[in-house]
Design a protein around this ligand. Structure first.
Ligand code: NAD
Length: 491
């Protein structure tokens, strides 16, 4: 039952929040305690139709033809306004995810204005390709490309970094003159709505940004990707869902950009600065409770320092502080939901069956009455597994990694590349020649040396294999969110 005092998270279509239908709604829960955050209005088929139609009308009303300079200016105003309302975004992200306040501020919400500013700059500075083509008889033709907006873009994002990943797609889509229909994760609906308010406040024309809430299969996600009125899909989520979306979109041959799962390796050489590597590995395994697509779940360590790294990392895992998100000393939040914790615990069982030795964590922590109803889990490390074991082959998406020894560079490269995924890798070494060589041989979209999650928004970002299709970031985003027409003029 709902009461009038409950907080409603509504769909946002054609510049307005739509009154909710209590018959068609679901709970938004706080994962730290299991308490109700609000009720979310699930979009049905007519609501998705309305959103797509509103987006189309907005394009025709002139948004698609707005000078890029004006669109860039609007994106910059949006960045400023997010900063003015920064703490509201932080609070909304925390209510949905339970992530620690320091992380919500420094990573999640900080990246939203950064995304808007970066794509304002990138779009405003973009040039066009042009070629002079030699023809018979000494004549020439001038070829140039005119990049037009793709049109109505469906933006589907997950729950792990909700605002960061949403703005990573919405900013370039708008910069290129598209209208969007956004479907946030059912677990984290709030910041997409706050962004709607911000975009309205800075004067984005009605219908250019729409939000429909709901689940995937049989709900708003599938209704949107199956909709004949969309011109492309940009999707971040699991590889399994990516294959569903691809099938749904295939009959209409729409462009897709897929940023999918990972099973990322770190390779630690014995020449490394131990402290530096341990600090880096602690971040790369446990940031956001391991719920970052880029997180390390496989740590390959050169045999001579294996015990040092295993002991040092286990010690650091034990020192992580799980607790209430508003406590600035908290380093680690809960998993997003009980269902996700069940999945992660399933891998704990599989690891034990495969003979893993648990050198840190391994279970559910005792955090006191209020928090015990939340979906908490201990930061966990395993040794004794091999690349043949399921916990090493499948993405777990929790605060957990396995440490595996290696002897030679070639062996490390082969072990790291022995996966169907191909998102990210991190190489830890004091030998820069080795760092470049090994990093380049990783079959991944991004390969770090002596760092992790250091992002340059002008660089191409994406994954190989099961980790995705296409790249976004910098010019790659401009390419995805536009459709070029080559004009050829005989001179
Ligand atoms: P998910 O695939 O379950 O859901 C992602 C989004 O897709 C949600 O909004 C969901 O409602 C929607 N969805 C689900 N089924 C759908 C369907 N059939 N049709 C249309 N939409 C559908 O992923 P998740 O559990 O929310 O997020 C975690 C996953 O995301 C992990 O695998 C992680 O690695 C991946 N991820 C990848 C990146 C990247 O940049 N490569 C970044 C973050 C997260």
């Amino acid at each position: 039952m709902t009461t009038s005092t409950e907080r409603w998270i509504r769909n946002y279509v054609d510049g307005e929040f739509i009154d909710p239908d209590p018959q068609r709604s679901f709970d938004n829960l706080d994962p730290t305690t299991g308490a109700l955050v609000g009720r979310v209005h699930e979009a049905d088929s007519p609501m998705v139709d309305r959103a797509v139609a509103a987006a189309r009308r907005a394009l025709h009303r002139g948004w698609a033809d707005t000078p890029v300079r004006e669109r860039a200016e609007l994106l910059r105003r949006a960045a400023n306004r997010i900063e003015e309302r920064f703490e509201e975004f932080v609070a909304a992200e925390i209510a949905d995810t339970g992530k620690p306040i320091t992380q919500a501020r420094e990573l999640d919400v900080a990246r939203a204005p950064a995304n808007f500013r970066a794509f304002a700059d990138i779009a405003a500075a973009a040039g066009q390709e042009s070629f002079l083509t030699d023809l018979a008889g000494g004549r020439q033709a001038l070829n140039y490309a005119v990049r037009k907006p793709l049109g109505v873009v469906a933006v589907i994002v997950p729950w792990n970094l909700p605002l960061l990943l949403l703005t990573w797609k919405v900013a370039p889509a708008l910069a290129c003159g598209n209208a969007v229909v956004v479907k946030p994760s059912e677990e984290t609906p709030s910041t997409a709505n706050l962004l709607a308010e911000v975009l309205q406040e800075v004067g984005l024309p009605q219908g250019v940004y729409n939000v429909v809430h709901g689940f995937g299969a049989g709900s708003a996600g599938e209704l949107l990707t199956a909709h004949p009125g969309i011109d492309g899909v940009t999707f971040t989520g699991s590889s399994a869902t990516g294959t569903h979306v691809m099938r749904t979109v295939a009959p209409r041959v729409k462009p897709v950009s897929f940023e999918l799962g990972g099973k990322n390796a770190a390779v630690v050489f014995d020449d490394v600065d131990l402290e530096e590597a341990l600090t880096g590995l602690t971040r790369s395994v446990f940031t956001n409770t391991g719920q970052v697509c880029l997180c390390t779940e496989r740590v390959y360590v050169q045999r001579g320092i294996f015990d040092d790294i295993a002991e040092g990392l286990a010690e650091r895992a034990a020192r992580l502080r799980l607790g209430a998100p508003l406590d600035p000393a908290t380093t680690t939040g809960p998993l997003i939901s009980q269902a996700h914790r069940d999945k992660v615990l399933g891998y704990f069982e599989l690891a034990e069956q495969a003979g893993a030795e648990v050198i840190a964590g391994g279970g559910i922590p005792e955090l006191g009455t209020a928090l015990n109803a939340g979906s908490w889990i201990e930061p966990t490390l395993w040794t004794g597994l091999t690349n043949a074991d399921r916990p090493i082959r499948e993405e777990i998406f929790g605060p957990v990694a396995a440490l595996i020894p290696f002897d030679t560079d070639d062996e490390a490269i082969a072990l790291a590349n022995d996966t169907e995924y191909g998102l990210a890798a991190a190489v830890w070494t004091n030998d820069l020649r080795r760092g470049h060589r090994v990093a380049q041989q990783m079959r991944v979209g991004i390969s770090w040396v002596n760092t992790w999650f250091t992002r340059e928004l002008r660089s191409p970002f994406g994954g190989a294999g099961l980790s995705g299709i296409g790249r976004e970031g910098g010019e790659s985003s401009l390419h995805f969110y536009t459709e070029p027409t080559n004009v050829c003029v005989q001179l």
